[in-house]
Write a protein that binds this ligand. Sequence first.
Ligand code: PBG
Length: 340
Amino acid sequence: MAFPANRLRRLRRTETLRTLVRETRLTPESLVYPLFICPGSGIRKEVRSMPGVFNLSVDEAVKEVRETRALGVLSVILFGLPEKKDEVATGAWAEDGIVQRAARAIKNEVRDVVIMGDVCLCEYMSHGHCGIVKATAQSLGAAAAAPPATAEFEIVNDASLELLARTSVSLARAGVDIIAPSDMMDGRVGAIRAALDKAGFENTPILSYAAKFSSGFYGPFREAADSAPQFGDRRSYQMDPANVREAMREIELDIEEGADMIMVKPAMPYLDVIAAARDRFDLPLAAYQVSGEYAMIEAAARNQWIDRERVMMESLLCIRRAGASMILTYYAKEAAKLLG
Ligand code: PBG
């Protein structure tokens, strides 16, 4: 039956009515807070392209986690800025690596918080790639000084798996509750699962960045984590932004390899991928509202072109509506304050 019997505006009349019929709700429990841990103590260094986001030393990170947990956010995800970078990502898997130290300190001092550990090598590699780099035949004879062109190097898949597995075990030992690989090497979920099981961590879940796209929206993160590749780009391992069917294959394979939770990243430009994944898979589904999404909102708000709080909350709500059960977002703490 049509108008005038039907009037959809009847249920929009008051905030109480609107709240009663709201289909999607945002809660602090569904937000995960990313933190960038740096060496030193007493350090809170703002990231230039991400106002309100900081590089935090371990002691400051503990404070930040305590405050955020008190606001109802259950989980944080840790990224590390190591003292030194090299060609085998030592800082990623070292027993006293920066994330390992942070995880231990947080576990000691904050009760009942779920610590996720981002597993990737790019922050710890001198070249900034997510796996081991090998010069290909063409470049071997070339002048050593010049940085290799795209065709002249390769990010080797299988050899990188061992380092990712080693990193995962080391993080689990340090008290990380959920292992979250973001490297996009083929087979890494299986390799990490096997290594965790062998080390006695069969109860540690894996949240796979299953559909991670090669995105310009990661720009500010690479400044925050100091992880921009020194040559080439990530297109030979991260996904082509054009592909949603391939995203379903990536997710399916990760589930077969033992992923307990899956992720789509970035979030807002990929809401269709989130919706497709929600429709097709029954695992908990995370979405990452990435650094560029955050930076765009902040920049527009600073120009007074948009209402910051309104757009922040709307962006998060819409990512939930698309089907994400949880959202990794730099707004976690602030959104939780507004929701509380
Ligand atoms: C590591 C990693 C990246 C992000 C999360 N894990 C960067 C990248 O792939 O370049 C991006 C997060 C963000 O932009 O907020 N590989």
